[in-house]
Design a binder for this molecule. Structure first.
Ligand code: ADP
Length: 193
């Protein structure tokens, strides 16, 4: 039995943090399109060079690129009991492509965990992360665009999964450990079901 979950939420909501905490515990593999793109930039690939400008502006990289990266990484991890999709899907095309890829494996999205954090707290987190990690898209200007983009794509992607009754919303304003407890309680229920 496989289990596939999407961690959904605005930039700096804590998706990556939570995904990394739970991935080993449940044998799930985290697939973060943001991490994959940053790896391409670090390696100096053509794809990375194309993506960097778009990412620094806070815009979305093309569907073709991110869908291709996800497909490659799903293939590379046949042993995973399932995947934690982090930062993907962000468009209707991506959501449909993901459904098709999972269907080919006889699988589906079992759960979408929506992390809710208000804009003010997100801006504070981004400022802190800018100092700690030096990500070139963690600027106030790029963040404004990323939050606008989030508003737009969440209005498309969430209803897609709400129609499948797959979405559970949790409070991402709580401290990391408390959010983890909420995530684990839901996963324990859902994986057992
Ligand atoms: P955050 O969750 O903090 O916004 P990510 O690391 O998920 O950061 O993404 C950083 C950037 O990478 C995005 O602003 C976007 O430019 C690009 N990106 C990541 N995932 C996708 C995706 N699924 N579709 C399009 N662009 C993406």
């Amino acid at each position: 039995m496989s289990f596939n979950v999407i961690f959904f939420g605005p930039p700096a909501a804590g998706k990556g943090t939570q995904a990394k905490i739970i991935e080993t515990k449940y044998g799930l593999k985290q697939l973060s399109t943001g991490d994959m793109l940053r790896a391409q930039i670090a390696e100096g690939t053509t794809l990375g060079k194309q993506a960097k400008e778009i990412m620094d502006a806070g815009k979305l990289v093309s569907d073709e690129i991110v869908i291709g990266m996800i497909a490659d990484n799903m293939e590379k991890n046949p042993q995973a009991k399932g995947f934690i999709f982090d930062g993907f899907p962000r468009t209707n095309t991506q959501a449909q492509a993901l459904d098709t890829m999972l269907k080919e494996r006889g699988e589906k999205i079992n759960l979408v965990l929506e992390l809710q954090v208000d804009d003010e707290a997100l801006l504070e987190r981004i400022k802190k992360r800018a100092i700690e990690e030096g990500r070139s898209d963690d600027t106030v200007d790029a963040m404004k665009v990323r939050l606008e983009q989030y508003r737009d794509y969440s209005a498309v992607v969430l209803p897609y999964y709400q129609a499948q009754e797959a979405v559970i919303t949790i409070d991402g304003m709580r401290p990391v450990e408390e959010v983890t407890m909420q995530v684990e309680a839901i996963l324990a229920d859902d994986i057992a079901a």
